[in-house]
Write a protein that binds this ligand. Structure first.
Ligand code: NAD
Ligand code: MG
Length: 390
């Protein structure tokens, strides 16, 4: 009796976003086990300092190092020690000697912070998928066995299902997909949807970029590539399965045909918590469904003619090398252009395709090379958006 376990020191990168906020929820619920010691964000000083006060966190990092951001931090961050700039975000995990780093930054901006977090030896609870799409081989090489735990709900499910067999016995991954708000739409109908239509996602409440990725199915394409790196499988073994109820979070098929599924409420806190509690299971963050009220569950194949983004991402996965990095960067630009009302939803895949056609893929060698491919693809995508928006 009386023995107190040391609490795990948690650092959250991208703390003010959808995943970051839910990670803080999990930390609040399990405050006896988890202590928040570091928080980082892009430019949201108000939210960051509010969370710092609520959780008693001193050490902060802000990617934005403009004079305005520094002035706002000076005004709002009393008692906080904040460092500014992209390097400060990447170095925060080391600065606070974290045991667990939650990477909830959006986009390729997470590549360097993820590599830096892995280097500290901390567990990395990875929500960000773009870093695996763009720099999967570098991230996989930097991770020691068991260090990188997925937060993306499908990949958390796959991670859990894989515990039923040996990795060498894996035949297929069945990656489930809600189909998004435009499931069943024709190409013509998809061309007419607005960013506001797309931002009303049926099941999950997510950040704006992934909400659009989920509507045009690029998110599922990114997730195919994410799975190849997390589970060391060829993209041909990853099969996308439309499942509108979003209750089966994904499935794993073994050599003997046995197929193991993980089911649960569509609530990201389950996956976020498991990435921190693994290999333990803690009290649920949300009530479990009553399955008597949940049937029927349905499954279907994706429509690759309408949802070209998914087809293009799968092609990038097959090509490999630096192609997924170029594809990802083009998508980040096109996704933002659609949200800004500059291009149509169906022009997102046009931009991605133009950039992929202009890319000569090379073997991935270094972070510098990936960042260069990323920058070049962004310039090409912006030129393409300008053309389309004219
Ligand atoms: P979001 O837009 O809600 O939040 C993004 C966070 O990243 C914010 O805190 C923002 O301040 C921060 N940020 C942005 N640029 C930064 C930078 N350069 N340095 C440091 N911080 C920066 O996004 P989200 O929906 O929480 O998604 C985050 C990641 O998790 C994405 O990669 C997404 O694909 C993935 N993901 C999200 C969900 C979900 O339900 N939201 C589910 C699965 C995976
Ligand atoms: Mg997902």
């Amino acid at each position: 009796m009386g023995e107190t376990l040391r609490r795990a020191r948690v650092c959250i990168l991208g703390a003010t976003g959808s995943i970051g906020r839910q990670a803080l929820d999990v930390c609040a619920k399990h405050a006896a086990r988890l202590e928040v010691v570091g928080l980082a964000a892009g430019c949201a000083v108000d939210e960051l300092t509010r969370d710092a006060r609520a959780f008693g966190v001193r050490d902060l990092a802000l990617a934005d190092d403009s004079p305005d951001a520094r002035a706002r931090m000076e005004a709002l961050g009393e008692g906080c020690a904040c460092e500014f700039g992209a390097n400060a975000v990447a170095e925060l995990a080391e600065r606070v000697a974290a045991d667990i780093v939650v990477v909830a930054i959006v986009g390729a901006a997470a590549i360097a912070p993820t590599l830096a977090a892995l280097k500290t030896g901390a567990r990395v609870a990875l929500a960000n998928k773009e870093c695996l799409v763009a720099a999967g081989s570098l991230v996989a090489a930097a991770a020691s066995p068991g260090q990188l735990i997925p937060v993306d709900s499908e990949h958390s499910a796959i991670f859990q299902c894989l515990q039923a067999g040996h990795p060498s016995e894996l035949r297929h991954i069945w990656l489930t997909c809600s189909g998004g708000p435009f499931r069943g739409y024709s190409r013509e109908a998809l061309a007419k949807v607005s960013a506001e239509d797309a931002l009303r996602h049926p099941t999950w409440s997510m950040g704006p970029k992934i909400t659009i990725d989920s509507a045009d199915l690029m998110n599922k394409g990114l997730e195919v590539i994410e799975a190849t790196w997390l589970f060391n499988v060829d993209a041909r073994r990853v099969k996308v399965l439309i499942h509108p109820q979003s209750l089966v979070h994904s499935m794993v098929e073994f050599e003997d045909g046995a197929t193991i599924a993980q089911l649960g409420a569509p609530d990201m806190r389950g996956a976020i918590q498991y990435a921190m509690s693994y290999p333990e299971r803690w009290e649920a963050p949300a009530p479990a469904p009553d399955w008597r009220e949940k049937g029927p569950l349905t499954f279907d194949a994706p429509d690759l003619e309408t949802f070209r983004c998914l087809a293009l991402a799968m092609e990038a996965a097959h090509v490999g090398g630096t192609m997924p990095a170029a594809m990802n960067a083009a998508n980040e630009m096109a996704n933002a252009a659609f949200r800004a009302g500059r291009i149509r939803m169906t022009e997102i895949d046009e931009v991605v395709e133009v950039v992929m056609d202009a890319t000569s893929p090379a073997t991935v060698e270094s972070l510098e090379q990936i960042l260069e491919v990323d920058a070049r693809a962004r310039r090409a995508a912006e030129a393409c958006v300008e053309e389309l928006a004219r």
